[in-house]
Design a protein around this ligand. Structure first.
Ligand SMILES: Cc1cc2nc3c(=O)[nH]c(=O)nc-3n(C[C@H](O)[C@H](O)[C@H](O)COP(=O)(O)OP(=O)(O)OC[C@H]3O[C@@H](n4cnc5c(N)ncnc54)[C@H](O)[C@@H]3O)c2cc1C
Length: 508
């Protein structure tokens, strides 16, 4: 079937196509999609890997063990031991919530503490922020149920092949994520569906005996003789046999406090800028046609530049048909990021151009965090002190001069002309400039059509807490630091997998 004429929900219409290709009757077989991707090196084509079940002799190789494994339900394997009672989980982002789910499934009845509020209230608080421009430090895009994951874009690809990936995806589907995430090569849930998943995971954990304490900020851990015995929430002390600590990047103050008493070290981290283009331009570059075929959906891209004279840069967290957001958790700070809804139907595409800063750039983690504060505060002021984000045409950024001709945008808090080139460190600016020239050769018009919006300082943690293989802190027994804020993960799937690993560590 020609891609151009295929229906949008083509995955449900493959029966006839397969029957025709294999020369068998449509009623004589069934099938399962193992993988779907888009090959757009030439005319774009959809590529499927299918598992076909039929009594008839088929001109196909028999399924191997790997393909058959896709039919089995993904289960967690719990240690055969009585679980510790009421361990604490700090944070309800992907790391905390999947850690809590595993602990609850094992019968440990975890107590889950989050500084923010249930996701339904968070959704209302987000709307109120956009109207009033008054940021609530306890309820924003980073803080609250679901963590940064709840309103993240919901792309679920990861470089790591964690053994629990299928389990995580199946739990998300049970909670309302689209079923195709198990077989898409680049699965995506969407910022509109993710809150449903968070809510459903909470209900599941509660049904298994877990207890959620919202609106409670963990300010410290309770430690005695190198053993973590619970947490402090201001003057309140909550004791526990173990603590799974997953405060995410929004938990900076807690992470910085613990970094003084728990083994950790500086690690490389990423920083960069959002760039936005008309989605129609990206579609033309990727699909090589004037109008994209409906079935393919909004085009994505992933570009890498490795110049000799400057640091390497890649595009990251690309949001086709999405919008740019101000994802700050701190008052008078601004941080850009991106989102897209499930259908990715918006007029613009955005992604982050990121480069990596090595630990040698900073003498200590305090210096690294001070650098975040400096950039985020400067960005806030440059946007007019109301969380509007400053923006600059990519061509003007290259020439280091003011300019914002591309005034149309899909930035939630709005944009104003600004000098992004002057807000960045010199090494970051030079790396981004070299990359933009390279990307413009790959996709002519990339600079003409693109504008840089804000600075993305909150991409990864500058710190990694040192842990054993089971996820326990090297210096503090009973403490299991997990997820993005402690340098254990870099996204939704890897965060969830890290939370599961730490929960298994607690159970063993
Ligand atoms: C706008 C946006 C888009 C993104 N898009 C994607 C994407 O498409 N794909 C992807 O893989 N990743 C994406 N990410 C990143 C992803 O969301 C994070 O990597 C992931 O959520 C990290 O999970 P986590 O559990 O470690 O931390 P978080 O999700 O940040 O959760 C941390 C939790 O801890 C709580 N907390 C913090 N401090 C305290 C405290 N002191 N006491 C109690 N609770 C506390 C917070 O309220 C929060 O619930 C995006 C992020 C953002 C902001």
């Amino acid at each position: 079937m020609s891609v151009r004429r295929a229906p949008r929900g083509i995955d449900g219409h493959l029966h006839g196509v397969i029957a025709e290709q294999l020369g068998i009757a449509p009623e004589g077989f069934d099938y399962r999609i193992l993988n779907r991707s888009i090959d757009s090196r030439g005319d774009p084509v959809l590529v499927y890997r299918l598992l076909i079940f039929s009594e008839a002799e088929l001109p196909l190789p028999p399924a191997g063990a790997e393909q058959l494994a896709a039919l089995e339900k993904a289960e967690l394997e719990f240690p055969r031991k009585k679980p510790p009672r009421h361990p604490i989980v700090v944070g309800t982002g992907p790391a905390g919530i999947f850690g809590a789910l595993a602990l609850a499934m094992a019968g440990a009845e975890p107590v889950i503490i989050d500084r923010g509020f249930p996701v339904e209230r968070r959704q209302e608080d987000r709307k109120a922020f956009l109207r009033s421009r008054i940021l609530d430090p306890d309820s924003n895009l980073l803080i609250g149920e679901g963590g940064a994951g709840a309103f993240s874009d919901g792309k679920l690809y990861t470089g790591t092949k964690d053994g629990n990936r299928r389990f995580i995806l199946e739990q998300m589907i049970a909670g309302g994520a689209p079923p195709e995430i198990v077989y898409l090569s680049r699965p995506h849930v969407g910022s509109d569906l993710l809150p449903l998943v968070s809510k459903s995971l909470r209900k599941r954990i509660e049904a298994l005996g877990g207890v959620f304490l919202f609106g409670k900020e963990v300010t410290d851990i309770l430690d005695a003789d190198g053993v973590c015995r619970g947490v402090r929430c201001g003057s309140e002390v909550i004791e526990a046999p173990a603590v799974l600590l997953a405060p995410g990047l929004g938990g900076r103050s807690l992470v910085r406090r613990l970094a003084r008493k728990v083994a950790c070290r500086l690690k490389p981290f990423q920083t960069g800028c959002r760039i936005e283009h008309p989605q129609a331009f990206i579609d033309r570059c990727q699909y090589h046609c004037a109008r994209r075929p409906e079935v393919l959906g909004a085009a994505e891209y992933h570009l890498v530049s490795r110049p000799e004279a400057a640091g390497s840069v890649s595009t990251f967290c690309m949001c086709p048909g999405g919008h740019v957001v101000n994802a700050t958790a701190w008052e008078r700070h601004s941080i850009s990021n991106g989102m897209s809804d499930y259908v990715r139907g918006g007029e613009f595409a955005n992604s982050c151009l990121i480069t990596t800063l090595s630990p040698e750039c900073f003498g200590s983690f305090d210096e690294a965090y001070a650098e975040f504060d400096r950039i985020e505060e400067a960005l806030f002021l440059a946007g007019g002190s109301d969380y509007t984000l400053p923006a600059q045409d990519a061509a003007a950024f290259l020439g280091e001069k003011p300019g914002l001709k591309n005034r149309r945008h899909a930035c939630e808090t709005g944009i104003v002309p600004g000098r992004i080139d002057q807000l960045l460190r010199r090494d970051v600016r030079e790396a981004l400039q070299a990359a933009l020239k390279h990307f413009d050769r790959r996709y002519p018009g990339f600079c003409r059509e693109g504008k840089l919006i804000g600075v993305e300082s909150c991409v990864s943690s500058p710190l990694r807490f040192e842990r054993t293989e089971k996820g326990e802190s090297l210096s503090m027994r009973g403490l299991f630091p997990a997820g993005e804020g402690v340098g254990g993960a870099g996204g939704i799937l890897s965060g969830a997998a890290d939370g599961l690993r730490c929960a298994m560590g607690i159970l063993s």
